[in-house]
Design a protein around this ligand. Structure first.
Ligand SMILES: *Cc1c(COP(=O)(O)O)cnc(C)c1O
Length: 393
């Protein structure tokens, strides 16, 4: 069958792996070779110029890494993909490729911490104007985009309060001024949301999170329109933030169960959000699947599932968090997300640790906010674990 027409569970397993491998191997070989030899100098020349398929040097391309790029292309409905050593390498290389001195980028205030740093500290000295809008304030963002910009950069849902951005609406505004739209799809994954289908130009991922899914490899991906990805790839070749073939293999292996894992995480997260939503010791729950969540009306069209990420606020302040978190038995207390195991942490000590209490308050991050990345365990057990933790405070 045409793998491009396969459903996402089938594509997770087979995409990039339909051609058969060396000696009939059942799994992608890890090609650790740095370089590739040619007896025929004409062939070498053609491969080096990209006129013929093949590999020259593994900073530029590698057979194992190729398989991962092909897999993500099919799942995200992208024309092309290129990979990176980490998610931040994917994001920064993409921004540095697309933005030059004198350009302007419009984005949101709630993007990933590392991305925010690029916007606030790295791009301005390069004479790139950066405008960060209130996340979810679509009128403000439309007005800023309409003033003219080269790139519109969106993340949805966002960390840590799961704010959502209307992609169709922002893409329309961007198209009107000829801006390139980049979307960080890490939280949603291609199983729940396909920004390229909605008209975005480039999708970036931290493959370290849900794509790998097992907390054992780091990687990044940029995929989308062929001409843009080619430029981003050329930047990466020279900048050198290449994905290691071993990590590519781990991510490919993780992605075979992507659809299974994400569907389970969607289901678990919905049940847990509903449980927490009515719990007397919980002040607030942020989960895009709850009808009370701001933006639920458009996000239910934009996403086919609401994902495994949520956060909630305990009544009684940070002291309660200090009692509650150590009680949890089915959660790693760590600054990470998107794994098969549930991961938990307060933004106060993880993603937003460098800010003051007042700065966090300004961003709408209460001291007793807890970010909860739901794993693939059984929902009943996770709910029982949360319940015993809540009973202890
Ligand atoms: C983790 C993360 C990143 C950065 O990815 P790394 O692989 O850690 O470099 C970027 N965006 C989002 C939304 C993330 O969660």
């Amino acid at each position: 069958m045409d793998i491009n027409k396969a459903k996402k569970g089938t594509a997770s397993v087979w995409a990039g792996e339909t051609d058969g491998f060396l000696m009939g191997a059942a799994t992608v070989p890890i090609v650790n070779s740095v370089t590739y030899s040619y007896d025929d100098l004409d062939e070498w020349y053609d491969v080096a110029l990209g006129k013929k398929p093949g590999h020259i040097y593994s900073r530029n391309s590698n057979p194992t890494v190729d398989v991962l790029e092909e897999k993500i292309c099919i799942l995200e409905k992208a024309e092309a993909a290129t990979t990176f050593s980490t998610g931040m390498a994917a994001i920064s290389n993409t921004l540095y490729t697309l933005l030059q001195s004198g350009d302007r980028v419009v984005s949101i205030k709630d993007s990933y911490g590392g991305t925010s740093k690029v916007f606030m500290e790295f791009l301005p000295p390069m004479n790139v104007a950066v405008t960060l809008c209130e996340t979810g304030n679509h009128e403000e963002m439309e007005a800023e985009i309409a003033k003219g910009c080269k790139v519109v950069y969106i993340e949805t849902p966002t960390n840590p309060t799961l704010k959502v951005v209307d992609l169709k609406r922002m893409i329309k505004a961007a198209k009107a001024v000829g801006a390139t739209v980049v979307v960080d799809n890490t939280f949603a994954t291609p199983i729940n949301q396909n920004p390229l289908v909605l008209g975005a130009d480039v999708v970036v991922h931290s493959a370290t999170k849900f794509l790998d899914g097992h907390s054992d490899a780091m990687g990044g991906i940029a995929c989308g329109k062929k001409d843009l990805i080619k430029k981003i790839h050329q930047y990466r070749e020279i900048n050198g933030a290449t994905l290691h073939p071993m990590s590519a293999y781990m991510i490919i292996r993780g992605m075979k169960t992507l659809e299974l894992r994400i569907n389970r995480q969607n289901e678990n997260a919905m049940k847990i959000a509903q449980f927490l939503h009515t719990h007397p010791k919980v002040e607030n729950v942020f989960y895009p699947g709850l009808p009370s969540h701001k933006g639920h009306d458009f996000v239910k069209e934009q996403m086919s599932g609401f994902g495994g990420m949520m956060s909630f606020v305990l009544k009684g302040g940070y002291e309660k968090v200090k009692t509650f978190l150590p009680k949890l038995e089915l959660a790693f207390r760590a600054a990470h997300l998107g794994s098969v195991s549930t991961l938990v942490g307060p933004p106060r000590t993880t993603s937003h640790v460098e800010l003051t209490e007042a700065q966090r308050a300004k961003l709408g991050i209460p001291e007793s906010l807890i970010r909860y990345s739901v794993g693939i365990e059984n929902a009943e057990d996770l709910i029982a674990d949360l319940e015993q933790g809540l009973n202890a405070i």
